[in-house]
Design a protein around this ligand. Structure first.
Ligand code: DAH
Length: 349
């Protein structure tokens, strides 16, 4: 029987617990005294071997020490946990009064907004929306539109040619990036019989130097209406209605003679200058008019190329620049801004 010095043991316990730095150390201390082979456990076990008188006294003291150890360990554990909580709170604190972060919501590009608006207005007037491929054959982009090979008219459209050719049956067609949306006129009339009313919004490409009013790619809206009796008067009424709805202002338009191989007669279409209301200003070069689109009555050769008999049908076609429309609407003076991806510009719409 070892000599039992409970006072000494109590002092040791006090010291050990006092210097415990974390929960693991505390746990080890507890085990050291009260585990299976713990020092205090051994004392408690040896009690029965003591003479009765001593047993009662030592037993009482040993049990008090056991409770003492338990309580001290519990208190110390609470202290350590609180310390950990305070330290993590210092690093990971959350300010619940701070306003939440607003998610950045995107929106449609101004050109998409203008395209959607144009589609909506034309659809209200009975036009369907049709699309065509951006990679086109020479046939649809030029030949079928009555633009003969080697004719100077081709110079009107600076073309980006592709290296690959497209083979259809025995014929080999050169491929290009479409220079306008007009080829979709042919594509649509090949498959659909008149009467028809379509608009074709889409991206087009030109091989040219860029400046404030020219880009190598931009957007057009093509229009085509074919029936037994469709006149220039119908065209004028529809386009005037379109501009008034689009700009939400009374607008006048005028037709000037123009030249396009796929229409006869052909026109350039002007509308009242929005900035000065027609009085003349720097935007319209003092004329009071702004040039908005090319148009005309569908050329008989175009009907023929699409497999329709020009004796049975007549119609008008037009093509306008969507970018130009957007520039007028929002008073933007450089087309390149649309393609810059600059959020300072885009966030204004
Ligand atoms: N395709 C022409 C261009 O890009 C615009 C155009 C003019 C379209 C007359 C037409 C039209 O449909 O009839 O310059």
């Amino acid at each position: 029987m070892p000599k039992i010095n409970l006072k000494l043991l109590k002092n040791q316990i006090k010291k050990a617990i006092g210097s415990a730095k974390d929960l693991k150390e505390l746990n080890d201390i507890f085990k050291r005294y009260l585990g299976k082979r713990g020092e205090l456990t051994q004392v408690l076990r040896s009690l029965e071997k003591l003479p009765k008188i001593r047993r009662a006294k030592v037993g009482k003291e040993a049990n008090e020490l056991k409770n003492f150890l338990r309580i001290k360990c519990d208190q110390k554990a609470i202290g350590i946990k609180e310390k950990i909580r305070k330290e993590t709170a210092k690093i990971e604190w959350i300010d619940i009064t701070r306003p939440g972060e607003k998610p950045v919501l995107g929106h449609l590009h101004p050109l998409s907004q203008v395209k959607n608006k144009a589609e909506e207005i034309f659809q209200l007037m009975g036009f369907s929306m049709v699309e065509g491929p951006e990679i086109e054959t020479e046939w649809y982009n030029f030949d079928a539109l009555n633009i003969p090979k080697d004719h100077p008219a081709r110079d009107l459209w600076d073309t980006l040619w592709l290296k690959d050719n497209y083979k259809l049956k025995t014929k080999n067609y050169k491929l290009l990036l479409r220079t306008h949306t007009s080829p979709v006129q042919i594509r649509y009339m090949e498959k659909n019989n008149p009467p028809l009313r379509i608009i074709v919004p889409g991206r087009v490409f030109r091989h040219e130097a860029t400046d404030a009013s020219h880009e190598i790619n931009f957007y057009q809206v093509e229009g085509l209406m074919v029936d037994k009796k469709v006149s220039v008067a119908n065209f004028k009424a529809i386009i005037q209605e379109f501009f008034q709805k689009f700009f939400k202002k009374p607008i006048e338009i005028r037709l000037r003679p123009g030249y396009f191989p796929f229409t006869e007669p052909s026109f350039e279409v002007d509308m009242t200058c929005l900035t000065c209301g027609g009085k003349g200003c720097s935007v319209c070069s003092q004329t009071g008019w702004l040039e908005m689109m090319g148009a005309g009555m569908v050329h008989p050769n175009v009907f023929k190329a699409a497999g329709l008999n020009p004796k049975n049908w007549q119609g008008f076609a037009f093509g306008m620049g969507l970018d130009r429309l957007a520039m007028m609407k929002y008073k933007i003076n450089d087309i390149r801004l649309f393609y810059s991806g600059d959020l300072r510009f885009l966030n204004q719409f």
